[in-house]
Write a protein that binds this ligand. Sequence first.
Ligand code: THU
Length: 150
Amino acid sequence: MALDFSVRREMFSVMRKKTMPAKVPARLLRSAKRVMKNAHAPYSKFRVGAAILLSNGRVFSGCNVENASYGMTNCAERTAIFSAVAQLGPKIEIRAVSVVNDHGVPCSPCGACRQVIYEFGPDATIFFQGTKGPKQAHITELLPEGFRLQ
Ligand code: THU
């Protein structure tokens, strides 16, 4: 009988010996909340903060930056990732991402941000507010079959 997807994922995680120190979610959330206050969100009035943990232990954060030409808006997650690349170069590996908003409503990374997270963190864990409270998910749960150039 085929194993349930969540069971297979759990087994895969154990096989990869993935370890995430217990303090990581709280550390990232603190960072995300702090940077959220810098958001430029006059159009949506929805401030978002994101923090990412890299495999080298560094934490980078970012907020959403909106524009009068709405499509030019940059989400908090991409701001954090792009600033990490700008500081350290492209050889970063994202271990974890935390997202928070100032409305306290469910908010997971948008599709575009999922693809950008996947580029630098194909094994990343995402912490966010789900419909039933705080939630964590592997990037491949949020973005199955993410795009990659070989
Ligand atoms: N936004 C983010 O920054 N991250 C998300 O995960 C979801 C949406 C921003 C984009 C826009 O500035 C505002 O939230 C409303 O969509």
